[in-house]
Design a protein around this ligand. Sequence first.
Ligand code: NAD
Length: 498
Amino acid sequence: MTAANEARTILERLGAGGPIWSSDGLEVRSPIDGSTAGRLAETADLEPVVARAVEAFHAWRRVPAPRRGELVRLFGDELRAAKDDLARLVTLEAGKIVSEGLGEVQEMIDVCDFAVGLSRQLYGLTLPSERPGHHMRETWQPLGPVLVISAFNFPVAVWAWNACLALVCGDPVIWKPSEKTPLTALATQAVFQRALARFGDAPEGLSQVVVGGRDAGEALAADPRIPLVSATGSTRMGRAVAQTVAGRLGRSLLELGGNNAMIVAPSADLEMAVRAVAFSAVGTCGQRCTSLRRLLVHESVADALVARLKAAYESLPIGDPREDGVLVGPLIDAAAAEAFEASLARAAEQGGEVVTGGGRLDRDGIYIRPAIVRMPAQTEVVMHETFAPILYVLTWSDFDQAVQMQNAVPQGLSSCVFTDSVREAEQFLSAWGSDCGIANVNIGPSGAEIGGAFGGEKDTGGGRESGSDAWKAYMRRQTQTVNFSRDLPLAQGVRFEV
Ligand code: NAD
């Protein structure tokens, strides 16, 4: 059976088959072998989708938050039961290796648990009023329908980060998944429907999937009935969405491209650094927003580290991500391979020297050899995110210079330092250290835990999702003042007698 047909079979097993197929819709492909499973009918009319979400909001916001959490708890149960099938779909549709597919669904389950706890902790504040017999408080209210636009490389986890929080916050969710991974979205929706059936009295339209491409995303982002647009994808997409949403004074939460670096100091444990580089630079075939793209190594250890990395890269098992032991699966499509080759050519023009990798494997699907390229400086090609496994290696002689190099790119997602020096580690984490949303010590830039707020600065878009107080983006803050006295004093002592 082809990979795409296996995906179709799993989808049907999860209860999402049937009339979703059409002769002229979105083509469903698997990057594993380039096979196609047919075409999915695109959502023809977006108007009723938004109308249903608004109606669901009016009912859902009246449901107590801990009861809303109960729905997410049931969803977590259903995800546990469907974990293997859903993870397999992630592998078949996005090309992730088995353990990464399972990890992605585990992340959804973890976010469910987090959100259930949160449903009893949507804390506000009480504030002392300057007026006698008055009481002030700050309360967080449900916001309204949330649009989630997601990228192909985390086809389900990113939606879960958003949806689980939005649902406990009282907001329905409209999901516009990547046109490259619609099956995982439909499968997730089918799993969610099981939770809804057990929950009993949730409004219709609490969670909806829109099958479509960029046009559907653009149209939904422009709709003033959607107060929050959470968009994950390229910086190009984020700029377009930000302008549309700002134009109607809506709120956007943007999770965009990264250009993540690792600084390796002379005292670093090179064995750990090699393992961290391998996972974060070639995992998911370099198609993570947090993939390691720049290795900034002290000149005294650069040759030793590069030699070890070269050996590690040359023994990488590349191939069908369903097979045991494979660590590098396919790129998502031919366009990604062209971008990979074009960036390697530009790097060579800009003085780069390929240490290892580059080129395609001769087999069905798009399989390439992850590359390491030594660069003389952070030239134009280094400044861009190429969504493929290219690791640029640069050297430094002074730690201040290393931090400056780390911060010198337009993106600001994830960063890390490998060092045994407390001074270097603390400087990296200080106000004049890394300018990224994520900064790690002796850990690679990739594979964040859900408990922290996830996101980045500058061209990465500034959004924060998942843990910490990211939930506040999905709610409306209200300052409330109650007068329980028999007088009507004005603030700031203003007198206005009539
Ligand atoms: P992409 O920008 O091509 O597409 C992402 C989504 O946006 C898709 O659903 C697409 O249909 C939609 N879209 C595209 N243009 C749009 C527009 N003008 N208006 C509305 N919607 C639009 O990205 P991709 O190739 O699927 O994913 C790779 C990119 O995503 C990389 O840049 C990666 O770094 C980034 N990413 C970031 C994070 C993060 O959390 N920061 C996570 C995953 C991926």
